[in-house]
Design a protein around this ligand. Sequence first.
Ligand SMILES: Nc1ncnc2c1ncn2[C@@H]1O[C@H](COP(=O)(O)OP(=O)(O)O)[C@@H](O)[C@H]1O
Ligand SMILES: [Mg+2]
Length: 301
Amino acid sequence: MRNPIDETTIESTRIDEQRQVETPTIAMDGGARTSEVERPSEDLTEVRPLRVRNLKKHFGGVTAVDGASFDVDRSSLTGLIGPNGAGKSTTFDCITGVHRPDAGSVYLYDEEITGLRPYATAERGVVRTFQIARELKEMTVLENMMLAPKNQQGERLWRTILPGSRRKVNQQERELRERAWEMLEFFEIDHLAGEYAGNLSGGQRKLLEMARALLIDPDVLLLDEPFAGVNPVLEEKLLERIHNLSEQGYTFLLVEHDMDLIMNNCERVIVMHQGRVIADDVPKVIMEDEQVIDAYLGANV
Ligand SMILES: Nc1ncnc2c1ncn2[C@@H]1O[C@H](COP(=O)(O)OP(=O)(O)O)[C@@H](O)[C@H]1O
Ligand SMILES: [Mg+2]
C-alpha cells in the first residue's frame, strides 16, 4: 500500500504569515461526526501528551481537516493513516503551527498550544518532520543540524546566560555541536556531516530531518512519512531506534502508507478519511474495521 509522495503538500508546507489564532477556541463537543470514535474524552485525570479536539482547516473550497479529535498516549508509537488527501499532513501542520486551524484545539499535556507558531510549539516540545524534507541545500549536514536548535534554543540560552558570559555561550555551543554529532551517529549519517545537504539522497534527507527534530529534545514527534525513500535495511534500523526512543519516554505519531509497518509497529492506530477520524483503536481492531476497509477501497489505494 505504499504510495508515491503526493505533491499536494508542497503548498501546505508554507507557513502562515499572520499571527496565529489569538483567542484559542475551546471546542469540547468533538463534533457529531466523530461521535462513533469514543476515545477522546475530557477526563483530565490521565493527561496525555497530545490531545486534538475538533480540529478544522479549509483551503478555499477544500475542507482538509473536518473536525478531527484524537489523543496520543505518552511514550507510545501511534499510527495516523488514511488514504491520500485524508488530511493527515494538514493535521500535522495545524498541530505544529505551520497552518493556523480554522477551529478546534490542540493541547500538549494540560497546556493549550493551538495556533502557536512552529518555533513556539517546538519550544514547548512538539516537533514534526515533513513529507517532503526541508533541508537547506546550500548548507552542510552539520550546519543544518546547528541551525534548527539555534533558532529554537537561542531564547532559552539567553535567558539562562548572564550578559558578557561568553565562556558559557561557547560551552553551550560546544555541547550543542556534540549532541548534533551524536544524533548524526545515531542515524548513521555522521560520515555525511561535511556534505552539502543538497547532495543527499531522499532517504538521507529524511534521516537528517529526524536527527534535527530530535536535537531539540521534544516530548512529541510527528513524523510525516519518514521512511519514504529510505532503503529497507535502514528502515528497519530506524524503526528500532524509534521504539528505543519511545521506551525512553518520547511520544511518536507516525504517518505512513505501508500498512504492514503500521500494524506491526504501532500500539494504536488513528484512521482519517475526508478530514475526519473514522477509527481509533489497536491495530487488530483497525484491520477489521469495515469503515476503514471501505475508506481505502473507495480511495482505490
Ligand atoms: N496548502 C493547501 N492548499 C490547498 N489545498 C490543500 C493544501 N494543503 C492540503 N490541501 C488539500 O487538503 C486535503 C488534505 O491534504 P493532506 O493533508 O495533504 O492529506 P494527506 O496528508 O492525508 O494526504 C487534500 O485535498 C489536499 O489537496
Ligand atoms: Mg500527507
